[in-house]
Design a protein around this ligand. Structure first.
Ligand code: ZN
Ligand code: ZN
Length: 289
């Protein structure tokens, strides 16, 4: 944990952003941030990528499951360069010149996550806390949402982005957290109960590998998940279970497995459980490695 902490670079800017390396640290940061600790985040499914993608300098791929990866992914998404340095052919210099001139410091990756607004501890866009105000259009919908990616339930946003010039730095991923669950003047004495799966990506990976590769039963997997909480006191355990980030109930575990089976079979294009991978062209690495 200490290792993770020392890897967070706190930026001295008005938006209180941080920069982190790609990988587990960003997820760790989000899972432990006071504003996000017991909250469930949703990802906007629309992914912003710049023209650099079209030109083949950066490649963004959807990846079927994290199991395919040795490395982990951020909660904000898979951010991992897999290209290896190969022998150059001169073409790289030309591309790099283009990047450096025209496309200087362009955004090459941007992703927004937002609070799912579980329970009654978030203020909705219409002003109601935990419930819609009378007359709100969203109140016509049973869950207060027009669609899965509706941001009506809370205004907390987590912005993550990578700029072209930061790609070669040690902490390329910039994370900014905006908004509040409720007005800051309000007193809150309850934490939301997270009803839906909220497991960290690396925990999901562990579960999926256990099933797909090791053919473990749900009972065995549960035991494996509990190991991380060995020796924890009752409070820690119950808060871990409430946030559903490192352990989950048996029912939820079964749901996850069933969902994974189905996804495996359907190969569903629009599965909400998406993993993306950011790959840089060989040329880029050649010059910057
Ligand atoms: Zn509303
Ligand atoms: Zn919220």
């Amino acid at each position: 944990m200490q290792d993770y902490l020392s890897n967070i670079q706190y930026n001295n800017d008005t938006e209180n952003s941080v920069n982190v390396p790609f990988g587990r640290i960003s997820e760790w940061y989000l899972a432990n941030h006071p504003l996000l600790k017991d909250r469930r985040l949703k990802c906007l499914s629309r992914l912003y990528t710049s023209g650099l993608v079209k030109e083949g300098i950066i490649n963004v791929q959807r990846v079927e499951g994290a199991v395919d990866f040795a490395e982990w992914t951020t909660r904000t998404n898979e951010m991992k360069s897999t290209n290896r340095i190969r022998d150059g052919n001169g073409h790289g210099d030309e591309l790099l010149k283009q990047i450096n001139s025209k496309k200087k410091d362009k955004l090459c990756w941007s992703w927004i996550m937002y609070c799912a607004g579980d329970g009654t501890t978030c203020q909705r866009a219409c002003g109601g806390i935990g419930n819609c105000k009378e007359g709100c259009i969203n109140s016509q919908f049973s869950n207060g949402l027009k669609n899965y990616n509706d941001m009506h339930l809370c205004n907390v946003r987590v912005k993550s982005e990578v700029r072209i010039t930061s790609l070669t730095k040690s902490h390329p991923l910039k994370i900014t957290i905006q908004g509040n669950h409720v007005p800051q003047s309000m007193l809150l004495n309850s934490t939301p109960k997270v009803q839906r799966l909220n497991l960290l990506r690396n925990v999901r990976d562990k579960i999926l590998i256990s099933i797909r590769a090791d053919h473990m039963s749900t009972k065995e997997i549960k035991a494996k998940l509990l190991v991380s909480n060995n020796g924890a006191d009752e409070n820690t355990l119950s808060s871990a279970l409430n946030s559903q980030k490192v352990i989950c109930t048996n029912d939820k575990l079964k749901q996850l497995i069933a969902h994974d089976d189905k996804r495996f079979k359907d190969n569903a294009e629009d599965s909400p459980q998406r993993f993306y991978q950011l790959t840089l062209s060989d040329e880029f690495w050649l010059k910057n490695a």
